[in-house]
Design a protein around this ligand. Structure first.
Ligand code: FES
Length: 570
């Protein structure tokens, strides 16, 4: 019997072995098709309700082509698809479910190596979390970004321009015909959002951690190279199976530092912080927000990509892609870290020059001297919170203003339309009970809308704070992920209308200017909100999800023991 894991299923001269082989033969396969060959599981997150993965139906054929070329046996295994556009209340409610599914699908099947076909925001982190826990050789095939969108002579970016033109429509500056025209063209092809949103950020992180082929994170979804990338990924998966190149052999503590440095340098989505925390903890590294803060302070932003900059993912690809950007950061990266192709990160990036220094800045000309996401602390966020200053109005980054507090999202919608709500441009909008447990599911409500009457006055940004997340394509002075969240009694639960809140980016501090005595008095009368899910997965989620500063994984899935062998089923 060979060393392949799948041999335990297919090689034995036993009743079980007979059963496994006979059923493959029932599908028209012969011994020569699979016997002794690495079985490569193609974990496919295709769904008709996931627009970002609509090309996965055909891309899986490219993967199979590569696997056959290398002497492997491909098996396509559908797993839950998490499409941002249609899932309510939030795909984040289901990230851990896909992580569990990935782990168990890998564990229970005769799979020697896996290709993780992901892209839309939560899919890549979820599948990596599962693959780390299963510890079976795995390689990520990112879906790739959409092509750039164009309207008249304007280049449109996913998400970011939807928010922008929606505000203009609410301000009365955009007619219905133009709004409909934008709707028709803003999603130009298959693929993920083509701004540096969460999908592109997580693909870049997967690559920088060594879990995808060089530049795999940047290849647009529908160009010819994406077909070739898929075939190459398939070929490499076969080799990884033969080498037993598992995630635990690739990932070191420094691999996660590389992921953090990368997300800071690309001014990636704030959501990446939650996902990197969760992935690291699956691998046994108890990463904290402090490490993000340390690396943020020394990492310049070099990717001039929206929403922080000017360009889109297609421009990034043409400019040299992620490896070209990483060549500027070799002193900040651990370049000796191993990657899925068997080479080090340093060896992989050495071949990629920068083609366009406006899109990928050099160290001497950064978009910002420090990282794209800052970690803040203070009496409103004892366990931390985050902000993306590169996507904010610099005027508001050091600001004190009176709070206007919304207890939940329905109340926000109601008070936004209420003429008596005392909004001013200096107000600090506060949304609470919108975190992992309170919402539930940690939705992307953190870019609170600017009230209509302020939009009509020309206001386009305000300080907004919440225990929620925001889309990676969003922008504005939004303080996010406040921990502990209000629903578990974090200080955010005690804020009242009119309280002064100070955002101080220079000192990385968020302060509620209310005395400790007064806060204690308010705490005595605080009543926890009623939780939404009385049963089912939602109840499991609310009972076991950890706070944002711990990565929002389930408490029973975080483990330092990644080596636990699967149960012997034979
Ligand atoms: Fe899928 Fe943005 S909606 S990546």
């Amino acid at each position: 019997m060979s060393d392949l894991r799948s041999s335990s299923w297919f090689a034995p001269d036993s009743l079980r072995g007979f059963g496994h082989r006979s059923r493959l033969k029932g599908m028209g396969l012969a011994d020569v098709d699979y016997k002794g060959k690495p079985v490569i599981g193609l974990l496919n997150t295709f769904s008709d309700l996931n627009t970002c993965h609509s090309h996965f139906k055909e891309r899986v054929e490219d993967l199979k082509r590569g696997i056959y070329q290398a002497g492997g046996f491909p098996v396509e295994v559908p797993v839950m698809s998490l499409g941002e556009m249609f899932m309510k209340p939030s795909t984040m409610l289901y990230r851990n479910l896909l992580a569990m599914e990935t782990e168990e699908v890998l564990r229970c099947h005769p799979i020697d190596a896996a290709v993780l076909m992901g892209g839309c925001d939560k899919t890549i982190p979820a599948m990596i979390m599962g693959a780390i826990s299963a510890d079976i050789p795995s390689i990520v095939l990112p879906a790739g970004p959409m092509l750039k969108a164009r309207w008249k002579d304007v280049t449109l970016g996913s998400g970011s321009d939807a928010w922008k033109y929606w505000d203009e429509r609410r301000a009365g500056n955009l007619c219905e015909d133009d709004w409909c025209a934008i709707e028709n063209c803003i999603a130009r092809s298959a693929g993920t959002c083509m701004t540096m949103g969460t999908a592109s950020t997580m693909a870049a992180i997967a690559e920088s951690m060594g879990l995808a082929l060089p530049n795999a994170s940047c290849v647009p979804a529908v160009v010819a190279e994406h077909h070739r990338l898929a075939a190459a990924t398939g070929r490499r998966a076969v080799e990884m199976a033969l080498e037993n190149l598992t995630p635990s052999k690739i990932l070191r503590k420094e691999s996660f530092d590389n992921a953090i440095t990368t997300t800071m340098a690309i001014s990636g989505s704030t959501n990446a912080i939650v996902h990197v925390l969760a992935m690291a903890r699956r691998a046994g590294y108890m990463l904290t927000l402090d490490r993000f803060d340390e690396l943020s302070r020394i990492t310049p932003v070099l990717a001039n990509l929206r929403p922080a900059g000017a360009f889109l993912m297609e421009d990034f690809y043409d400019a040299g892609g992620l490896p070209a950007l990483l060549t500027q950061l070799t002193d900040l990266l651990e370049t000796s870290c191993l990657t899925v192709n068997g080479k080090t990160l340093g060896e992989n990036i050495a071949q990629f020059p920068i083609i366009n220094k406006e899109v990928i800045r050099v160290r001497e000309n950064p978009l910002s001297p420090t990282g794209g996401t800052f970690v803040l602390h203070g009496n409103l966020a004892p366990d931390g919170c985050v902000i993306k200053p590169t996507a904010a109005d610099p005027r508001l980054l050091n600001h004190t203003g009176p709070a206007i507090v919304f207890d939940n999202y329905p109340e926000l919608k109601r008070r936004m339309l209420d003429e008596s709500t005392p909004f001013t441009p200096d107000s600090v909008l506060v949304l609470r009970n919108a975190g992992p447990i309170g919402a539930p599911g940690f939705p992307e409500w953190g870019m609170l809308p600017i009230p209509d009457r302020l939009l009509k006055m020309g206001i386009r940004d305000m300080v907004r704070i919440s225990d929620s997340r925001m889309s990676g394509t969003s922008y504005g002075t939004c303080v996010l992920h406040i921990a502990p969240e209000a629903a578990v009694g974090g200080p955010l639960a005690l804020v009242q209308d009119g309280d002064l809140i100070e955002l101080n980016i220079n000192e990385r501090r968020l302060t509620l200017h209310v005395s400790d005595e007064e806060l204690e008095r308010r705490r005595q009368s605080w009543v926890p909100p009623k939780l939404y899910y009385p049963r089912g997965y939602g109840q499991l989620f609310t009972q076991h999800v950890t706070q944002a500063n711990h990565g929002c994984d389930f408490d029973f899935l975080q483990s330092c023991d990644t080596k636990t062998p699967p149960p012997d089923i034979f």
